[in-house]
Design a protein around this ligand. Sequence first.
Ligand code: ADP
Ligand code: MG
Length: 612
Amino acid sequence: MNVEEGAPTIRILDPATVNQIAAGEVIERPASVIKELVENAIDAGALTIRIDITSVQGGIAAMKVTDDGDGMSPADAGLAFVPHATSKITALEDLFSIHTLGFRGEALASIAAIAKVTLITKPRGSSRASGIRIVVVGGAIKTKGETGAPEGTSVLVEELFFNTPARKKFQKSLNTELARIHGILEGLCLACPQISFRLFHNNREQLVTERTTRPLDTITRIFGNEYARELLPVAADLPFMRISGYVSRPALSRKDHDRILVAINGRYISSPPVTTAVREGYGTLLPHGRYPVAFLSLAIDTRLVDINVHPTKKEVRLTKEREIAEAVSDAIRAALAAGDLIPGAALPRPAHRELDPGESTDRPEPGVAEPAVTYCAGTIAPAAPAAGLSPFTETTHAGTASTDHRLRQTELASGVQPVTAVVPPMDVIGQIGGIYILAEAADGELIIIDQHAAHERIFYEQVSRSMAARHAQELLVPVIIHRPPKDAAILRSLIPVLAQEGVVIEEFGSGSFLVRAVPALMGKIEGTETIDDLVSDLIHKDPERPVSNRERLTRIIACRSAIKAGTVCTHEQCQRIINQLRATKTPFTCPHGRPTMVRFTRAKLDEMFGRT
Ligand code: ADP
Ligand code: MG
């Protein structure tokens, strides 16, 4: 066929088809309907919002959202279903100062294009008894008339996806969809503690929040007391942003970052840079691969936030993203520094608690996630002979001297690093298994300290802080190490980096290297083996772990240099470890995120012995 003669093949689609296509973007699943309708209710200034889900035969049959907000006049109610009809913005400029959750004018039109929608609404303060009722099916208004109605709005959605069979088929099981609805509502409840939400499924109450000015009440309501107890407040005021909310103590962590909830200007969004910033704020307080729980609200200058990125408004584009992320990390660091982070003994649960019943218990022991278990746990083999409370007398002279030497290296010149108030003063009771120090704090509190983890933390902070610690100290006899070709290549590439950190290595061919110097703070190295291990640790990078070479080296040095588990310490040495630990900035975990201390409060002990 001659193209020039034929009828045009490009057509302008009819509005119904256009709306269906647009609806596909906004309404992916039933939960999207709930999100849009509840957001409209919030924008309408509702104080209470009720959500009703009805299911039959394993599928959602109806969803209804009822609010006591502004309501709509009959004229507005008709316009509400017209695509791109909104009362929330009037011109392009408004896009940069959005204070409402909606603004695209797409939701009601989209939902109505692919479902049966019944809207009943009456404006707040209306003198009339009746409101307006409009039924729209597949985008066409079916009925419009008066009906008795309270002030506010209710929107009933039935037969979702009735005219988009492909989308309908794509829907997951009822439970999955209900879970998604729950998830959406949790975010909305947390973002709007001033509103009372009630969710019902087949008339059974599922989730209820009361109106409150304290966001922590809402968190407690949704996630329970155990969450609330482990949360520390976060607050920071910057010229372009105000941060508020709560973050968990390290004792409450998860293997996923799905409980890092961040609202920007009242809207829960997914922002990978902010999520990363939250995790970064914990630094070494959490083991690799663990994430905290966080509920953060960022009030950012609206000119810096572009919300118009995605039809569902799930993502935002942030100007000053770097500054915002840094401020978030700083605020969290400050919150954690001010908090008491010693995990309480919560028998019979492990110290790192999993509070989500859905989360499997396959979490490895803290520290096992590390590539080299032995160096992380810092155990020397064979373990110290004396298990039981050490009477502090059986140590050999040589062992004591070596421990003294290590402790001296981390002894802090008095006054240089003030003792922080976050760890209480303690008196040593004894040591068990050459691994744990038992100490008593005020009020008869028992604190158990992992001596290796503690000393590792002390070393780590010293090495990170002082450049002097990195000064190379020549070995009396250089150590020769051999490496297979692949490892040799990696080691070769690390030589310049290592030199900066005080590890001086020279290559002398066919996989052999000469270690000439190690960082001064490592002190008396116990010979070839340690250096060999140090190099192995460095070569066998964990690709998942995005830490810098300097950071890695610092951790390795700290671990290698710290007093090992299994080293019997004298009373005085134990006390020195405690004192040094109290002077660190982040005393609660070792650099790998294992706890350094566990506490049994007097109340806990009394409870365990039935004295309460
Ligand atoms: P948007 O929220 O982006 O403006 P919608 O399609 O969700 O677009 O809603 C269109 C308009 O209908 C809103 O701008 C608002 O004026 C009105 N509206 C929708 N839901 C409600 C409600 N629950 N209460 C009052 N007005 C509403
Ligand atoms: Mg809307």
